[in-house]
Design a protein around this ligand. Sequence first.
Ligand code: ADP
Ligand code: MG
Length: 478
Amino acid sequence: MKKNHVEVWDNCLRVIKDNIHYQSFKTWFEPISPLKLENNVLTIQVPSQFFYEWLEEHYISLLKKTISKELGAEGRLEYSIIMDNSVNSKSPYSIKVPTSNKKDTKNPAVSMPIDLNKGKSRDIPNPFIIPGLKKLNVQSQLVDSYSFENFVEGDCNRLARSAGYAVAENPGRTAFNPLYLYSNVGLGKTHLAHAIGLQVKSNFPNQTVLYVSAEQFIAQYIDSVRNNNQNDFVHFYQMIDVLIVDDIQFLAGKEKTQDVFFHVFNFLHQKSKQIIITSDKPPVEMKGMEPRLLSRFKWGLAADLQIPDLETRIAILQKRLYNDGIEMPYEVIEYLAYSITTNIRELEGALISIMAQSSLNKKAITLDLARQMIDKFVKNTSREISIDYIQKVVCDYFNLPLDVINSKTRKREIVQARQLAMYFAKKHTKSSLATIGMHCGNKDHATVLHACRTVNNLVETDKQFRTYVDELDKKIKL
Ligand code: ADP
Ligand code: MG
């Protein structure tokens, strides 16, 4: 019985798989689909011209062997290449690349285009002369202050940080390739990505590290298309040892750029070069990205950066102040850290505003000044009401120091403030009773439930208490 194209290709794949590295197999052979088998010519579909060239350059003898084993001496291979969307066609179309007529001397029956010099003498243009890319070659675009040293460690970033550190010690040789860092804005992705790049440069001065934002990558690609030097563009990126692409989500919907990035990615990964990607979402939640690209993002490690806890926020502010040689009363630092909870960039922004205010008006940095600033700051940014914020409002209202809520004190007024904080946290946040308890003096959910009941009872029976609650409620919602 005659075999069909799928069976033939399956058999080939089985042999190929045994002969090459697993990762190479995944990269270069899994994306291929067999199209047809006619007159002893097997046609396989490859995702792009680049793919085709790569196969021809690196796997030609293996392919030849397996094809002739399957189809006999007369067997031929033909590629069908999916072309990028052209301007006026919406769906990808294919062009056929027939095998060349050049005969291979060793195995004359199988004819395939082979250029023995390919690869050896391939002339990679000197990237220093690529117009528009000059700057990248002189510098890695890394910001010195975004170092590991300046990156405060906390529970929120421990995994990502240690993975990043491992990568910097051993770029391209850990299981974390690509290293995919994700989080909401302002939580340290860019900082950490730079830190890895800086550390690689200090560990391995000969490695070429490049930091590029996805937006820059897109702009450069568009330029290269306009100037008709896409090959230079691709070759340039293929020479990087550690490639950092920040905010990859901007590639969404940009199919051509994704395609080019896909090739760069494969090339670098294949050569055990390190790739670091940041994004605002985990790979599974990315929209507008080609599945084959997303699947590659999952090869390594995806680690997220979470909202830092109070302690980490304070440590971050202290580090900033220390680096800038500025002193600030601890209560002000604490106040800031309490007030701005979900975005480190905003936290630093508030710090800077306070310093600017104090120096402009020659006022000392006091809690009062901080309060005024923060009130403006926090009001201007639409924020979710956090448990920390509620605690701050409650403590301010009763003129209590901020940390009493978390203390063990059983003084009546403090117990009451704690109960109010719990009550408002239940009312205004989506946090569970257990979470609220944990944030309010490490209590359990039953204590929180009890607090809510107590407050409700008091509101109904105690007029003065009801006034407190109403006023507090207004302040919290402000
Ligand atoms: P993202 O890229 O996630 O939007 P950034 O890396 O730009 O966030 O971080 C925002 C700001 O917060 C930067 O100034 C950065 O230095 C600072 N930052 C973030 N995380 C930390 C940290 N763990 N320690 C010190 N500073 C941090
Ligand atoms: Mg960023």
